[in-house]
Write a protein that binds this ligand. Structure first.
Ligand code: UTP
Length: 226
């Protein structure tokens, strides 16, 4: 039985309130959890961005905006737990210790954000370290890691295999360019590098890609020290 951490952005899981879509992800996760321990970290997506923008315009401090974002990730996580049914721990695990304890009696544990100043990608990477995960799956809105942002650069080329050091180099280059957001949060990339966490970055818009990544089929970008 392998231990998997799956990071799903809110924009992937809940681009709207289409419950059929959420059910599809739940089905895929339930299938993976038949033979594996699965931790899922759910993001905030556009809903958190709307709340954060409104709070900022009302004068809220950035740390408060982050706390609002975290609360939205928890609400999104609750939607996923509802769709997963009894196979999942029925609460959103609030810290790594709770997640670890909950995983003893449940094959699926769902988390959201945790600390201000972070993103759910970083939380997923830290959790993967904490639970000694065999694989971290990062479900994004692009097919994998590109040489540069494919939404901005038509010459961008997708990389199928890379080392954590190469990932850090690309992520750092992207965050240094104004207006370009990187495929993976730099904090997450550094954690993947320091612990050599085997990671797959996939296009999560198709839930089937999550199954493929869990089965080790060639999809997305594989980041591995060897
Ligand atoms: P996300 O990690 O979901 O950010 O957290 P995102 O980049 O919008 O991701 P997608 O669209 O879901 O992929 C949403 C917001 O919640 C706060 C941050 O403000 C973040 O922008 N947050 C989240 C934290 O402060 N700490 C956390 O641990 C997680």
């Amino acid at each position: 039985m392998s231990v998997l951490v799956i990071s799903i952005g809110g924009s992937i899981l809940i681009p709207d309130f289409n419950v059929e879509r959420i059910k599809q992800y739940a089905e895929v996760i339930n299938t993976i959890a038949r033979d594996n321990k699965v931790f899922v970290v759910v993001g905030g997506g556009w809903i958190s961005r709307e709340y954060i923008t409104a709070a900022r315009r009302l004068g809220a401090k950035e740390a408060i905006c982050d706390l609002i974002g975290i609360e939205i990730t928890h609400v999104n996580a609750r939607l996923l737990i509802s769709a997963l049914g009894d196979n999942a721990y029925q609460e959103v695990a609030l810290d790594f210790k709770e997640a670890m304890n909950a995983s003893k009696g449940n094959n699926i544990v769902v988390l959201g954000g945790m600390f201000p100043g972070q993103t759910t990608d970083a939380i997923a990477a830290l959790l993967a370290e904490y639970v000694n995960a065999d694989l971290l799956i990062n479900a994004t809105s692009v097919d994998g890691v590109y040489t540069s942002d494919p939404k901005k650069d038509k010459n961008a080329r997708m990389i199928h295999r890379m080392t954590p050091e190469e990932l850090c180099e690309i992520v750092m280059k992207e965050v240094m360019s104004a207006g370009i957001s990187s495929v993976l949060d730099p904090v997450a990339a550094k954690i993947i590098e320091r612990s050599g966490i085997r990671t797959v970055v996939i296009n999560g818009k198709d839930p089937e890609n999550i199954s493929k990544a869990a089965r080790g089929e060639g999809v997305g970008t594989v980041i591995s020290p060897d």
